[in-house]
Design a protein around this ligand. Structure first.
Ligand SMILES: *[C@@H]1O[C@H](CO)[C@@H](O)[C@H](O)[C@H]1NC(C)=O
Ligand SMILES: *[C@@H]1O[C@H](CO)[C@@H](O)[C@H](O)[C@H]1NC(C)=O
Length: 398
């Protein structure tokens, strides 16, 4: 009874652990998002809470979910130098913003990780930011305004930037203005404001144009105005402050900058392999048919011809250039031939005798044991002496 109970307990514990693990490690991946950006212009990407909130598993659909983000370059621990991340509060959206320069042209892949602070669920998304060179080049006339009554994230939404441009076109008297950079005054040595309603950090907004500054702006940075500023007074202004109700500009902190495009740096030349903005690669679907016959013939025929030639050469050498036994015999001296044939014949005889060693009766007597014939006397003698008179018989006939 004890063992089944224990087993049941184990199974229950494992299931409970598994479930809690599943909720703990809940992670979703959103599809990649492609954004493009131009050099010399502010880039702002809002990390929308709603997008990530929908991706969190069900059960966490409370509207004020606490979401924080973590952003970094894909495969790297930090963001690229030109990009900054900001989120004031877990109940507010996060912002990625910055101004890419010519050296940042290319593709930057950013990984965004969103945490739900209640359920610990995570959602990740990849942002593929393509930085392209500005077609008109960098605006040579740049003015930087310090907005005293704003925090940086309040100027990042597009509507706020549009409004700021409208206001600045009033004092600049131009229409082609664009926001180049937005920086918190805290990053420029400003002080953290007291936690009093209405106190803000202050934001530096850099605005650029291709046309010169208006007399109004120039008078605001004139030596006379600077002197008044050092006395704590407002600078001389010959025009109406069109920012007035929305943005309070610190006119003493205005700086005007004239940037000459350096002629030494040649513009980046885009090759034919670079995709258009937001374009996806379309692989060619049809391949033009290749004529493979010549290649096939060359690969097959050349080795065949070589092999045939080698065969012919070998055949000619072996069949037509053979010398034969007759020619050899003609070239050999007679005495050599006789030597050879006698040696040959003796060897044959010995072999024959060795082969029939067992059948003693059938063995013919060796030729050398046959009675010898004396040419002069006509006498035949047995070269094998009888045991009896072996001592008296001479070995050679006389
Ligand atoms: C934008 O502002 C940041 C912060 O002040 C600065 O580091 C960066 O160089 C500026 N970028 C451009 C293109 O001016
Ligand atoms: C604005 O300019 C004044 C004087 O030029 C300077 O003392 C002050 O630090 C500047 N403010 C900020 C936020 O940079």
């Amino acid at each position: 009874m004890e063992i089944p109970k224990l087993l049941l307990l184990w199974v229950l514990a494992a299931v409970a652990l598994g479930v809690s693990q599943a909720t703990l490690l809940d992670h979703r991946v959103l599809p990649d998002q492609r954004i493009s950006s131009e050099t010399g212009t502010i880039f702002v990407h809002e990390l929308e809470r709603e997008l990530f909130q929908e991706a969190f598993p069900t059960g966490s659909e409370d509207d004020d979910a606490l979401i924080t983000f973590q952003t970094h370059l894909w495969d790297h621990p930090d963001l690229p130098r030109w990009l900054r991340y900001l989120q004031r509060d877990p109940r507010q959206p996060g912002y990625l913003y910055g101004c890419p320069t010519a050296s940042e042209v290319g593709t930057h892949t950013i990984e965004v990780l969103a945490y739900n602070r209640r359920t610990y669920a995570t959602v990740s998304q990849r942002l593929v930011i393509t930085v392209i060179p500005a077609p008109g080049g960098e605006p040579p006339y740049q003015g930087e305004f310090l907005v005293g009554n704003r925090n940086v994230e309040e100027l990042l939404p597009e509507a706020a930037r549009e409004m700021f441009l409208q206001c600045s076109s009033g004092v600049w008297e131009r229409r082609d203005l664009q926001v180049i950079n937005i920086t918190s005054a805290l990053d420029r040595g400003g002080r953290v404001p007291l936690p009093i309603e209405g106190r803000k950090e202050g934001v530096y907004v850099k605005v650029g144009s291709h046309s010169p500054f208006s007399p109004c702006l120039e008078s605001a940075v004139s030596p006379q105005s600077r002197f008044r500023c050092s006395l704590g007074q407002q600078p001389l202004a010959s025009c109406y402050d069109t920012f007035a109700p929305h943005f309070s500009i610190r006119w003493c902190n205005l700086s005007l900058l004239q940037v000459w495009p350096s002629p030494t740096t040649p513009g980046l030349v885009w090759g034919s392999g670079v995709l258009e903005e937001d374009g996806d690669f379309q692989p060619p679907t049809e391949v033009p048919p290749h004529d493979l016959l010549p290649g096939f013939l060359v690969t097959l025929l050349v080795p065949l011809v070589v092999a045939a030639l080698l065969c012919l050469l070998l055949g000619h050498l072996m069949c037509c250039r053979r010398e034969g036994v007759q020619k050899r015999d003609l070239q050999t001296t007679d005495i050599q031939l006789v030597h050879h044939t006698t040696i040959h014949g003796d060897t044959e005889e010995l072999r024959h005798m060795a082969g029939s060693r067992d059948v003693i009766r059938d063995v013919p007597r060796p030729l050398s044991t046959l009675p010898m014939f004396n040419v002069r006397t006509g006498q035949r003698i047995n070269p094998i002496p009888s045991p009896r008179d072996g001592a008296r018989v001479p070995l050679l006939p006389q």
